[in-house]
Design a protein around this ligand. Structure first.
Ligand SMILES: [Zn+2]
Length: 365
């Protein structure tokens, strides 16, 4: 990590200070927000940056920019074309079971049909406090399942959904297709991904559209404020979250964890072919696509011990995004490198992010 400019920029500063989290008080983050881009530098925004010992990037509210706006609009149009056909994005939902989880949260199991007619399953966690609630869509990683976000404290997803729901967020955690309980005709992931490829499609495209459907499902959940919905994804789920958030401008805050890479690395043998959605090359770089998410709050999250982050990898791509945001004066970007994580969510860091950006409806931008 020492080769990465993003990390070097904060080297030598004192470790992150105490940060307050709703129901958890005075927990010190063992990690840092390295850069916060702030338009107009409001007092509260500067205070957040200062509390995190973050570098405050200078952001230009007047950034030019009819050309950039045209470019963004064209990229969104092209992205949506690449994701076609999607099928209906607003399916009918049935609740197949309701339980109280070991963490004393209400958990419903939802089933609904996604665009290609497959029957998806998602777990919906509800907080015990009265609504309307902000909400977060959580996309698990390769070989994961929804329960790892809502119940099981594994070392990968680390029950992020439990942390969020306990703090007042509605959480929707779908199984990513072919994992968990979202099996297609009983096929395992590898067999299914091979069959999709043989049919001339790509698994990742379908998974991204599934996430878009899940977002619209979450918008319709009773007690959810449809204007305060975020998304967080880890690894494969991070890739899915990145592209889904670019395609769905109503998603208000975004965490891409453990897999923000240049396209050629995403589509290399380093990653399972299920992620080789090479048509995305037509959009330009992954950095340009991520910049289109801004000025919505976007956290690029890395674990310091994540092998995908290292020299020549994700942190270099992340540094390019920081540079582009700086050049264009785009606010909203945070880069968080967690000292206590490898290739995994850092639940307290992600909880802090969504609390800052979704808890109040007036939160800008
Ligand atoms: Zn795969």
């Amino acid at each position: 990590m020492s080769d990465a400019g993003v990390a070097q920029g904060a080297a030598g500063r004192p470790s992150a200070p105490t940060v307050r989290f709703g129901f958890l008080r005075a927990i010190a983050l063992v990690g840092k927000i390295f850069a916060v881009c702030i338009p107009g530098a409001t007092d509260s925004a500067v205070a957040v940056a200062a509390a995190a010992n973050a570098e405050v990037l200078s952001c230009n509210d007047e950034a030019d920019e009819a050309d950039e706006a045209d470019e963004r609009s064209a990229r969104l149009l092209l992205l949506r074309q690449l994701l076609e056909p999607t099928g209906p994005l607003d399916p009918e939902i049935s609740i197949s079971s309701s339980v109280i989880t070991p963490a004393h949260l209400h958990e419903d199991t939802l089933r609904y049909r996604v665009g290609d007619g497959a029957m998806a399953r998602a777990l919906l966690l509800r907080p015990t406090t009265p609504g309307p609630h902000p909400a977060v869509l959580l996309i698990h990683g390769h070989d994961g399942r929804a329960e790892e976000l809502t119940r099981v404290r594994d070392t990968y997803h680390r029950a992020l959904g439990v942390h969020l729901a306990a703090a007042g967020f509605v959480v929707l955690a779908p199984d990513v297709r072919s994992f968990g309980a979202f099996k297609i005709e009983g096929q395992g992931h590898n067999q299914y991904a091979r069959n999709v490829r043989a049919a001339g499609d790509v698994y990742a495209r379908l998974a991204i559209n599934d996430a878009r459907v899940a977002f619209h499902v979450l918008q319709g959940v009773e007690g959810v404020d449809p204007d305060r919905i975020g998304i967080a994804g880890l690894s494969l789920g991070g890739f899915v979250a990145l592209v889904a958030a670019a395609a769905e401008p109503e998603i208000r805050a975004v965490v891409v964890s453990g897999l923000f890479l240049d396209w050629n690395t995403y589509f290399s043998p380093q990653h399972h072919f299920c992620q080789h959605f090479v048509a995305l090359l037509a959009l330009g770089s992954s950095v340009a696509l991520a910049a289109d998410i801004l000025p919505r709050p976007l956290q690029i999250h890395w674990g310091e011990r994540d092998s995908f982050a290292g020299p020549g990898g994700g942190l270099r791509n992340t540094e390019a995004l920081v540079e582009l945001a700086r050049e264009r004066g785009l606010p909203g970007l945070e880069v968080f490198v967690s000292k206590r994580s490898g290739h995994a969510f850092d639940p307290l860091a992600q909880l802090d992010f969504f609390q800052r950006h979704l808890e109040r409806s007036s939160t800008c931008p």
